[in-house]
Design a protein around this ligand. Structure first.
Ligand code: MIG
Length: 691
């Protein structure tokens, strides 16, 4: 059951696709109070209460005990103390033996989630706008509540199948030659690969929808060449539009008034990579149609997807901000600058980026309402993603394209995936990557992954190898790094053979991962779940923070500590441990429920399959299209029979349905041996363990 409560005059965020009548009753669970304009929702927490949710947020799977703020921000230092990242996913799941419910705060302004931070036994959620719709979701289980949110907000974006391949990326690839070398080095060494991301350097002077002629003299020809090597090209698009006469996007935007404006109606100027820039008002349908159509030029050149960046929107400085800073410096120029003045001056300059004052200085239009940006701040990225998705759909409604973005809000999950932003080459960020998976899935974002190996900082070989062992499972499996950091392509490292072998495991798992992803997407399910979703009565399982459920059959538990030769794992039920070294080199151990120390050498990675389940493995391939999803080896620990509902499709068309894609794989085992059946499939049952 979903109940809707409205406060003030809620802004239509586009998150909800099913309009519900406003409930006449009073809000359950929460006590309400007003503080000036802000609205505060208070809830007592019992000792047992667990709080899941918040999508792309910092710290635990269980969010209890800390402070979170929905305020999309470009902050590339994800230390434990940070309360805001690039996205706002205002959905919480409160869970205990006595009470389980979900709450979606549909409010695009700043919200603070004090989840037992100020007082351990109290949650306080404060909406600064005070104008919002609150949806309370009640159902029989955590999974059912997450499913209800999906029904309320629409079903998740479907990427093409090739987007489950390994993608190589780095800020710093500048030319055809750079990209060509990346592809050929992977091919030459038999490291599977499906795509390369083109970062801002491919553009001419960082102008969206242009290509630097010095690096790429003929993108169309180049994409054709790369397509022959089975590599998809994925250029970046930034939010800011360079202020430059004669640059068509700028000219058209100004002529038609498509950009965000100051109060007086003149276009807002902020600086990002292209220098002084304008910001399209993506909340407007006409602006989205215009901007979305710009993607056609690159699609026509043969690219197969995009990543949308800087759409919090990030602002290095605004024209007002920098003027004020210079004025301050000017005032202090002839002073004997004391320590306090020095720190103040330093802050004036440091605080120029992403400044709250700047976000209050410009306006957007939603429906007929002109509204100050800060009130709708958290929607900017979501509506840029929507513009891109609608643009791509207009280009070819029958073909799925890859799209993922940095900033988002619930609702954007219908249009694209998200990557988890500028992480670091830190071991703790492998764990953070893992924790975000179930949290994002609950909020609808199924297609996701982090920068494998870490974006900032220098990756060590063992870190990258261990991170790949988690990346094998994430729908977006992209190795990405920042210019100036240690080069991070697999072939740069002495452990490259071990790394390559781990990537082959990904390709062996493609049929299963794609099947579980599509089943989740098409049924409103979560591909990744906290253990509590599956074992709500197991108190130990409910509090596990470093293992997550994958699909209906598996659990993952990566190694995320340097020099570890294994790890402790808690099994809520009997499971089969598969210890992979490569797609073809692995061994299986039936393990009973309980705590186990699992030995895992640096080149070994675990997958746990629930007893009674089977999963299919392909023979792999050097790219996704080369993976034969009809020739499958089954893995599992089963009794006399078992089955798996296997989903597959052509991986590209948009008109897909769950029923059309499902084939039952049935396994029967008796004294004569083990046999498997599945229409149109060649199945090998040799790796099944039977009782
Ligand atoms: O201010 O395009 O998160 O993935 O490589 C940095 C350059 C801008 C931030 C993205 C990152 C990307 C980088 N971008």
């Amino acid at each position: 059951m979903i109940s809707r409560f409205d406060f003030g005059s809620p802004i239509d965020t586009g998150a909800v696709v099913r309009q519900l009548p406003v409930s006449g009753g009073s809000v359950p669970y929460f006590a309400l109070s007003r503080e000036d304009h802000a609205l505060c929702f208070t809830l007592d927490l019992a000792q047992d209460d667990i709080i899941f949710g918040l999508g792309e947020a910092n710290r635990g799977i269980n969010k209890r005990g800390h402070l979170y703020a929905s305020w999309n921000i470009d902050d590339g230092l994800h230390t434990e103390s940070k309360n805001s990242l690039y996205a706002s996913h205002n959905f919480l799941l409160f869970f205990s033996k006595d009470r389980t419910f979900g709450a979606f705060f549909d409010d695009p302004g700043r919200i603070t989630f004090d989840l037992g931070y100020t007082k351990t036994d109290e949650a306080r959620i404060i909406s600064e706008n005070g104008d919002l719709s609150l949806y309370i979701l009640e159902s029989e289980s955590l999974g059912a509540i997450a499913g209800d949110l999906r029904r309320l907000t629409g079903s998740s974006y479907l990427p093409p199948k090739w987007a489950f391949g390994y993608i190589q990326s780095r800020w710093g690839y500048k030319s055809e030659e750079d990209v060509r070398r990346i592809v050929s080095e992977h091919r030459r060494r038999h490291i599977p690969l499906d795509g390369v991301c083109m970062d801002i350097d491919y553009m001419d002077d960082y102008m969206d929808f242009t290509v630097d002629p010095a690096g790429f003299d003929d993108l169309h020809r180049f994409c054709g060449e790369m397509a022959e090597a089975h590599a998809h090209m994925i250029p970046i698009i930034d939010a800011g539009i360079k202020e430059k006469k004669g640059y068509e996007v700028c000219d058209e935007g100004l002529e038609n008034g498509y950009f965000c404006t100051y109060e007086d109606g003149t276009p807002f100027v902020g600086a990002v990579w292209p220098g002084r820039s304008y910001f399209p008002d993506f909340l407007r349908e006409d602006v989205r149609a215009w901007f979305g159509a710009k993607y056609h030029r690159l699609l026509d050149a043969g690219v197969d997807g995009f990543w949308n960046d800087m759409n919090e929107p990030a602002l290095f400085y605004s024209e007002n901000g920098i003027r004020k800073a210079f004025a301050q410096a000017e005032r202090m120029k002839d002073m004997n600058v004391g320590i306090h003045e020095f720190f103040h001056l330093r802050e004036v300059f440091a605080d120029m980026a992403n400044s709250p004052d700047d976000y209050k200085s410009f306006y957007q239009t939603i429906g007929r309402r002109r509204i100050r940006h800060d009130k709708v701040h958290n929607l900017y990225g979501a509506f840029m993603t929507r513009a891109a998705a609608e643009g791509m759909a207009a280009h070819n409604p029958d073909r799925r394209n890859l799209l993922f973005a940095r900033s988002s809000y619930i609702g954007a999950h219908r249009y694209g995936g998200v990557w988890q932003g500028d992480n670091h080459s830190w071991w703790s960020h492998i764990l953070l990557n893992l924790k975000m998976l179930p949290s994002l899935n609950m909020c609808g974002f199924l297609y996701t992954g982090a920068d494998i190996g870490g974006f900032n900082g220098d990756a060590t070989e063992d870190l990258l190898l261990r991170w790949l062992q988690l990346g094998v499972f994430t729908p977006l499996m992209r190795n990405h790094s920042c210019q100036g950091t240690r080069e991070q392509e697999i072939y740069r490292f002495s452990l490259q053979n071990q790394m390559r072998d781990i990537v082959t495991v990904r390709y062996a798992l493609i049929p299963y991962l794609y099947s579980e992803f599509m089943k989740a997407a098409l049924s409103g399910g979560c591909m990744f779940r906290p253990l509590a979703f599956d074992y709500p009565d197991d108190e130990t399982a409910c509090r596990v923070e470093d293992q997550v459920m994958l699909g209906g059959q598996c659990m993952i538990a990566p190694v995320y500590q340097q020099n570890a030769r294994g790890r402790y794992v808690y099994l809520p039920e009997d499971m089969l441990l598969v210890r992979f070294r490569s797609a073809s080199d692995y061994d299986c151990f039936p393990l009973e429920a309980g705590h186990h120390w699992i030995e895992l050498e640096l080149h070994e990675m675990p997958l746990f399959i629930r007893r009674g389940c089977v999963i299919p493995l392909s023979r792999g391939g050097q790219w996704v299209d080369a993976v034969d999803s009809t020739d499958l080896t089954l893995l599992g620990w089963i009794g006399s029979d078992a089955s798996y509902m296997f989903y597959d499709d052509d991986g590209l068309s948009t008109q897909v349905g769950l029923k059309d894609g499902l084939t039952e794989i049935a396994v029967k085992s008796n004294a004569q041996g083990t046999q498997a059946f599945g229409e149109g499939l060649t199945l090998h049952a040799g790796r099944l363990i039977t009782d």
